[in-house]
Design a protein around this ligand. Structure first.
Ligand code: ZN
Ligand code: ZN
Length: 405
């Protein structure tokens, strides 16, 4: 999806991609950073003059859906929209409208009646999960939506004798009843507004660096890493596993500590038992705290699962140096919030024996307690990226492709 936009500093027009966060104005050169939020977009209308526009809300979800069944973990990529208000007068989903039109951010000045979503997004996620899991063997031990984009897309309509789609100028409803009154639905002017801040280090004022789709920006001057928080930048705890030599690229991962109940998994010794690893438990492993690992970048679902599983089973003990590495960094494109969604799934991917352990998964609770962003070195050779110590391997073309997932 493309978004028509104006530079928040000088007002020059620009086009953003849906995944863009860091925006460098081609005119005034100021770097602005889009604060994270549930973004609200609208589709441009082409209604005849004088029609009172009604903006109907759709929840939009994009991400990877994993379903853990007794025959293994199934995954698929989901990109769907669904009514934000249950109504028989408006289309159930957006269909292809959002792919053929440039979007705009909603702003309080936009004219028209913006109907307020009445369906909480969690309920819509449940509807979508049910729809996609209908054909899977039951029981399903865990379902996780990861790497999700959640946004609200307003599509314009107007009402005459029928409800008309104001993008295509076509009726979408049957004849409206006499007493149809759109103003009886909750709505008004939009309250939401997109927020940008200048991409400068809050500590030292230096320009922050990152790719345009980065969720974390680096200050090379004072060696800090920042992510967007509530209305401002927040400092991230980060580090890297050092390695000597050339042809290296560092990929970002989240290392997460959580309180786990339902399955005993507090130490490396517990992990050896729970995953039935072919190892004899050493006394010191009982003191070695268990951590989850997950990629901090968008990647295909099968790779996401393998990476999370292999790293979590490896429990890397290498020293994490709290500095930025010299070698190139791959941008953070998957947030900690999304990574946290994957923890139960990761656990489901390694418990053994599955017959007795998988039924315990629905009753486990994982409360994330703390996290750190860790850059791990990969060897670059042709199109292959490899990390032999943790048995990770990735094709660069697939990585580039996954940016748009
Ligand atoms: Zn500008
Ligand atoms: Zn700084």
């Amino acid at each position: 999806m493309l978004i028509e936009h104006q530079c928040p500093q000088c007002g020059a027009p620009a086009t953003l991609e849906e995944t863009d966060h860091l925006f460098t104005c081609g005119f005034c050169r100021v770097k602005s950073y889009l604060l994270s939020s549930v973004y609200q977009y609208l589709l441009p209308h082409s209604a005849p003059e004088g029609k009172d526009l009604i903006y109907f809300p759709y929840w939009r979800f994009k991400g990877m859906l994993f379903s853990c069944t007794r025959n293994g973990i199934k995954h698929r990529i989901v990109d769907v929209s669904h009514q934000g208000i249950p109504s028989t007068y408006f289309p159930v989903s957006l269909g292809l409208r959002s792919q053929t039109q440039k979007l705009r951010f909603v702003s309080p000045e936009t004219k028209g009646l913006f109907l307020k979503p009445s369906f909480p997004h969690k309920e819509v996620i449940e509807i979508i999960e049910e729809r996609f899991s209908a054909k899977l063997p039951k029981p399903i031990y865990n379902q996780s939506f990861v790497g999700e984009t959640l946004s609200i897309l307003y599509s314009p309509f107007y009402a005459d004798a029928k409800v008309f789609d104001a993008v295509l100028n076509r009726p979408v409803s049957p004849e409206l009843p006499e007493d149809f009154d759109i103003t009886s639905m909750a709505g008004g002017s939009p309250e939401w507004q997109v927020q940008f801040i200048v991409a400068q280090c809050p500590d030292c004022g230096w320009d922050l660096e990152g790719e345009k789709d980065s969720l974390a920006l680096n200050c090379k001057n004072c060696e800090t890493v920042w992510q967007s928080g509530k209305g401002q930048f927040m400092k991230l705890t980060f580090g890297h596993i050092p390695e000597e030599g050339g042809n290296l690229i560092y990929l970002p991962f989240w290392r997460i500590r959580g309180d786990i109940s339902g399955i005993q998994l507090n130490s490396y010794a517990d992990l050896v038992k729970v995953a039935n690893l072919p190892k004899v438990v050493q006394e010191e492993w009982k003191e070695q705290g268990f951590r989850f690992w997950a990629p901090a970048f968008k990647i295909r679902p099968e790779n996401f699962l393998t990476f999370s599983r292999n790293l979590t089973l490896s429990q890397p003990q290498e020293e994490v140096v709290k500095k930025l590495p010299e070698a190139p960094l791959y941008p953070v494109t998957l947030s900690i919030t999304e990574a946290v969604e994957s923890l139960r799934l990761t656990m489901a991917s390694f418990v053994k024996p599955q017959r007795t352990m998988l039924p315990k998964i629905p009753n486990t609770v994982i409360k994330p307690k703390s996290f750190i962003l860790v850059y791990i070195p990969f060897h670059e050779k042709g199109n292959e990226l490899t990390q032999p110590a943790f048995r990770l391997r990735l094709n660069k073309n697939l990585l580039a492709f996954a940016k748009h997932l």
